[in-house]
Ligand binder design. Structure first.
Ligand SMILES: NC(=O)c1ccc[n+]([C@@H]2O[C@H](COP(=O)([O-])OP(=O)(O)OC[C@H]3O[C@@H](n4cnc5c(N)ncnc54)[C@H](OP(=O)(O)O)[C@@H]3O)[C@@H](O)[C@H]2O)c1
Length: 199
């Protein structure tokens, strides 16, 4: 299986990339500052550029994308657009472009998070992005052609990034191993339109 992992140096992406590398022969680790496989998901031309330089793939896993963390009263309109351009439209554009380059029955997995449905202070400009991606997946997964599947992993706070004994959005952190297992599961099962929640 040929797999592209985007965000491959991040907390989640590096764990996904390193785990899949052990199991599959062709796993490409891409991220913004990569020398071998650079990609900036906020630019469609950059997404296209990477796909043009890779063989046809069986799976794309995206763990890249940011949004602004601020209290509601501090948020400007521009702060919302930061997340819209990066984590939201970055992932949506990725799906539009990836489908043109993937093999039949390929798998696309996006990343959202617990904030789609649980409150944590200072996360308004991130939580609505996660919710929007869930709605996007609910619909777009029905219309992708050639058997291409579209799912997301929605992790809670990752232990190590957050203190183990402290709740985030009402839940204790989850282990990175459990989160990686969700990405692996979505890779091999036949599901589409699934939001795999791990919290
Ligand atoms: N960490 C958590 O506890 C947690 C929990 C739930 C959900 N999430 C979600 O999971 C996702 C990943 O989080 P993370 O903590 O693993 O992130 P991270 O550690 O900050 O890593 C981000 C990765 O994405 C790459 N990246 C950032 N912006 C990019 C762009 N515009 N185009 C291409 N690559 C880009 C970075 O590459 P460069 O270094 O080259 O820029 C890096 O490899 C985010 O959507 C986050 O909201 C995280």
């Amino acid at each position: 299986m040929k797999i592209l992992v985007i965000g491959a140096t991040g907390t989640i992406g590096s764990a996904v990339y390193n785990t899949l590398k052990e199991q599959y022969n062709e796993v490409y680790g891409a991220h913004r500052n990569s020398v071998s496989y650079p990609i900036d998901i906020t630019h469609k031309s950059s997404i296209e550029g990477l796909f043009k330089n890779l063989p046809k793939l069986d799976a794309v896993i995206n763990t890249a994308g940011t949004a602004v963390w601020k209290s509601f009263s501090e948020l400007s309109e521009q702060d919302y657009y930061t997340g819209i351009h990066s984590k939201l439209m970055g992932q949506i554009n990725l799906v539009h472009i990836a489908q043109e380059y993937l093999n039949d029955n390929a798998s696309i997995t996006l990343t959202t998070g617990i904030l789609a449905e649980h409150y944590e202070p200072n996360t308004t400009a991130l939580s609505f992005i996660n919710g929007a991606i869930h709605s996007f997946i609910n619909t777009a997964s029905n219309e992708l052609k050639r058997g291409i599947r579209l799912n997301a992993v929605a992790p809670g706070a990752i232990a190590g990034d957050f203190p183990n004994n402290q709740k985030f959005a009402g839940h204790f952190p989850v282990t990175i191993q459990d989160v990686v297992a969700c990405y692996k599961q979505l890779l091999i099962n036949k599901s589409t339109g699934t939001i795999y929640k791990k919290y």
